[in-house]
Design a protein around this ligand. Structure first.
Ligand code: KG4
Ligand code: ZN
Length: 305
């Protein structure tokens, strides 16, 4: 089965094509066109600009994806498209493109929840699922710990009280004059740096206090950027560890998902402290079309979901 995944919930136009034969997953293509330069001068995402950005590129990206995957549109068996959550203007571009294809090719379309697909993305790497499981969602828009008794029955046991973890990276990065989104740049600045500053660890899952703290440090103009960057990474690691410790056992089965899982320092820290934590392949950490294709497949065959 060949599945096309379309993701346009925010500012990245993503097309993924996944081939699944006898349960073997083979990523044919994973294309992403970011709009970083379009939004750079605003210091954040402008919804109207994002929607128009998707509109200009989506058909071209789809044609590129077919070429890279070396297939024709008629080879696609199923389409998955993100329908929620996200910016409505951006979502509509992907949804309408997917609907048009579905009608033209006479193939089914599956509407996918973006968050669910981040959670499932670790399973594209063939790790066996163990229930009950915990899911640590750390993205630009969400930060939660979710408990799954089984895959149809879940409960959000921790949710950020304010900002999402990715927002902390992005807002602190903006203050440091880094390009948006700033997470990967903060990671780069912190690389191999030893922290010399005390850690600030909130008592609850909250990032706005940390944001104010780091912005104040930057404005004081007496700290090195690498100290700030590394201190921020270590503080969020300590906070995530503390939240996990509150609910999970050392050997609990945990899958992490969302763009912040691209951070190698955070991955290493959590892997050291949690024996059974799993991450998506680094290329599937931030928003992508492959995770949407995989979630559509799971829903279609009702095997996992
Ligand atoms: O999941 P995602 O691609 O989009 C949402 O669904 O929100 O996550 C984007 C977030 C941004 O805040 C970005 O700064 C952060 O993920 N991010 C990172 C890294 N790569 C992306 N944060 C820390 N370190 C990274 N290497
Ligand atoms: Zn996402």
């Amino acid at each position: 089965m060949i599945i096309l995944g379309i993701e346009t919930s925010c500012d990245d136009t993503c097309i993924g094509i996944l081939k699944i034969t006898n349960n073997q997953k083979h990523i044919l293509v994973n294309l992403k066109e970011n709009q970083d330069t379009l939004h750079a001068k605003y210091g954040g995402i402008v919804p109207e600009v994002a929607a128009r950005g998707h509109l200009y590129i989506i058909d071209i990206l789809f044609q590129h994806a077919l070429k890279f995957a070396n297939i024709s549109a008629e080879d696609i068996d199923l389409i998955g498209v993100t329908t929620t959550p996200g910016l409505i203007g951006s979502l509509l571009i992907g949804i309408n493109f997917a609907k048009g294809l579905s009608i033209a090719l006479n193939i089914p379309i599956i509407y996918v929840n973006h968050i669910e697909s981040h959670i499932l993305s670790s399973f594209i790497s063939d790790i066996p699922i163990i229930l009950p499981m915990y899911s640590l969602l750390i993205s630009g828009g969400h930060t939660s710990l979710i408990y799954y008794e089984n895959l149809n029955n879940y409960k959000i046991i921790e949710n950020t009280h304010d900002d999402a973890i990715g927002e902390l990276f992005d807002k602190v990065g903006r203050e440091m004059n880094l390009p948006f989104p700033a997470g990967k740049h903060i990671e780069q600045i912190a690389l191999n740096h030893h922290n010399t500053l005390p850690l600030i660890i909130p008592s609850i899952l909250s990032f706005s206090g940390l944001k104010t703290h780091f912005i104040r440090m930057i404005r004081e103009n007496k700290y090195h950027p690498e100290d700030i960057a590394q201190n921020l990474q270590m503080s969020v690691c300590a906070l995530l560890h503390k939240i996990l410790k509150k609910h999970c056992k050392f050997e609990s089965f945990i899958v992490a998902g969302g763009g912040v899982t691209a951070n190698k320092y955070i991955r290493e820290f959590l892997t050291t402290h949690w024996s059974n934590i799993h991450f998506p392949h680094i290329d599937l950490s931030t928003d992508n079309g492959v995770m949407i294709a995989y979630t559509a497949y799971c829903q279609h065959i009702k095997k996992i979901l």
